[in-house]
Design a protein around this ligand. Structure first.
Ligand code: DAH
Length: 355
């Protein structure tokens, strides 16, 4: 076969093969077969030196044309394959933009936040200021300045979450005094903070989270919410306390719920009492929900102990005051007859959406 025939044959063969090359890999193989170092066209061009010099210009020209044609055909096919691949991908990944979008569920304000805000509104209406306090406290604010003796059981590591830098070695139980930093067990420490920084008259509430090492059950949570209240002014009496808390309970529970004041002990108030609200399930007759008593406890309160005033430098001859601590989860449970406080922690939207 003459060189001319061979060149024409190569070109024809390439054109045929190109039409059936379906992938980039096949295309590359074809390129190497023809234009690679040992490719058919390369081999022929190397033989150019061996032919008759008079034929060389014509053969050289033809070889170059074939090469350019092959090159161009390869590029064209490459573009075509890329286009086909893109087309396939677009079909595979196509999305129907006319479909309706997915709805984001918006959530609702948690029941506890709702009730906390409602309590804030009630006291703001009576001229109180809403204060905020730290979750991590020292024993001074959580106990000592609240007149709790050094050996008070609530100080023990069984009743308080202490924060320790150096956890005691081995299994040695935490001893009283190993740490004086803890997660606050009550919001009452804010009474001390607030009186250190503000002079009477004081009308303050402080809502917030408190922590106790309790195993969760129907009536207990290891983390819950209190609203502390503090009033310090001239001539404040137990009558003011009762009038204020009666007003509060009527506002939050409605007028048909009765309240009762039961004597109790708290280190930082004297006298002290716990306030119960009549059971909404049995209306005072006694049922499982109220453990057959007809009443449910919602807050502790009392007249500020003069010893507490001493810690913050307020003259107890001139000023008197009262304080209270409302359990917000208890209020929620009472108002909606919740059978189990744990429902408030579980984040089940079927439950939470009802409020
Ligand atoms: N801090 C108390 C508790 O957690 C509740 C309490 C009782 C707060 C009496 C008060 C108060 O301010 O006067 O059980």
């Amino acid at each position: 076969m003459s060189m001319q025939d061979e060149l024409n044959a190569i070109q024809m063969q390439v054109m045929q093969d190109l039409a059936t090359a379906e992938t980039m890999d096949a295309l590359e193989q074809l390129r190497v077969q023809v234009l690679g170092k040992k490719g058919s066209l390369t081999t022929i061009m190397r033989m150019m030196g061996k032919i008759d010099p008079s034929d060389r210009p014509a053969m050289g020209k033809l070889a170059n044309t074939v090469r350019a044609t092959v090159d161009e055909a390869l590029s064209e096919r490459r573009l075509e394959l890329a286009k086909i691949a893109m087309q396939k991908r677009m079909e595979a990944e196509a999305s129907d933009v006319t479909l309706p979008g997915r709805r984001l569920s918006q959530g609702t304000q948690h029941l506890i936040s709702q009730i906390r805000e409602e309590i804030e509104d009630i006291f703001c209406g009576m001229g109180y200021i809403v204060a905020d306090g730290p979750y991590v406290e020292t024993t001074y604010y959580n106990f000592t300045a609240l007149n709790a003796p050094e050996n008070h059981p609530s100080r023990s590591a069984k009743d308080s979450f202490y924060i320790v830098d150096n956890a005691p070695e081995g299994k040695k139980p935490l001893q009283l005094g190993d740490s004086d930093v803890l997660l606050r067990t009550q919001t009452s420490g804010m009474q001390v903070h607030y009186m250190e920084e503000n002079k009477p008259p004081i009308y303050m509430i402080c809502p917030g989270t408190v922590f106790r090492p309790d195993t969760p059950d129907a009536n207990h949570l290891p983390q819950f919410t209190q609203v502390e209240g503090l009033v310090v002014d001239e001539g404040i009496t137990f009558g003011d306390l009762k009038g204020t808390l009666d007003y509060f309970t009527r506002e939050i529970f409605g007028k048909d719920r009765a309240t009762r004041y039961r004597p109790h002990f708290f280190p930082f108030t004297e006298p002290s009492c716990e306030v119960d609200v009549s059971c909404g399930v049995c209306h005072g007759k006694g049922c499982r929900f109220c453990k057959n008593t007809g009443w449910l406890e919602i807050l502790g309160c009392g007249m500020v102990d003069p010893n507490v005033f001493k810690y913050v430098g307020i003259d107890s001859e001139k000023y008197t005051g009262f304080a209270f601590g409302i359990g917000v989860e208890r209020v929620a449970a009472l108002r909606y007859d919740l059978p189990d406080l744990r429902m408030l922690m579980e984040g089940d939207m079927r439950f939470l959406r009802q409020f």
